[in-house]
Design a protein around this ligand. Sequence first.
Ligand SMILES: [Zn+2]
Length: 321
Amino acid sequence: MNYIVLDLEWNQCPAGKAGENASLRFEIIEIGAVRLDETLSPTDSFREVVKPQVYHSLHHRTKEVIALRAIDFENARNFPDVAKDFISWCGKDALFCTWGPADLTELQKNLAYYNIPSPFPFPLLYYDIQKIFSIVYEDRKSRRSLESAVDFLGIPKSIPFHSALSDAHYTSLIMQRLTPGQIAANSSVDYYRTPENRRQEIHLSYETYTKFVSRPFKDKTHAMKDRIVISTPCCQCRKAAQKRIRWFPVGGNNYFCLAHCEEHGYLKGKIRLRHRGDDLCYAIKTIKTISPEEAYEIREKKEVLKLKRRLRRKFNDSKTP
Ligand SMILES: [Zn+2]
């Protein structure tokens, strides 16, 4: 088993959304990766610049990021050649690690654009080191930039940031301040490909919560009627927990609920509904154990939302003659 610590640099349409190629918003222009063995020691690295085929000049943001380096796009190879070499360099039993959740999704979008078969299993689980850094060193929720995490850990900054290989290198140094156990316990799901049917639905369990990713639905009304989507099995014992507050919307596409397991206490359910590329949507549900105080906060949140709704209705009623 090897860890492949991946970082990509990509470019987008320099003219903004109007000139964008709808099937490839972000074009990969550099792939960098470090391979680590199971003890997190580096064994090899990969770096190659990719010759742009879709956007022939650089977006100002891309320019800002890579301005410090002279990149020879002229003598670079095309994405399909670089990607094939990269995939075979990764090997068969690779565990992918990235800083943030974007790189593997963009890599798969670029592979699909060139009709290159995806080398990834389904579901694709990976390690988001930015998230794991927050879980281990901070509050689980905040997300630091790579450089600020490097500063936090006092890692010497011997090479400049923002080249694909240097960022993969710094990410691997941060991984060395984690244990393989901390990494293994905190996998993420890549959402580029989501379940197509009930059989493919994803059920994952972590130390303090469970995660479920659903099949597609026509819209959120259909999703929020599905018995598996709205079920609240306890994240510790899997027994059906009794709902104390049914699912209620908390703005946009998020829902909360409060449930109670006789053995494990209060549980907070959260559903996020996300759009897929095809007009359908899917649900990501997490269930975690919470304290009675946190349970109280959910009750309070629901009451506040109810009150706001009532006030809004009153206000609208008063406007109609
Ligand atoms: Zn339980």
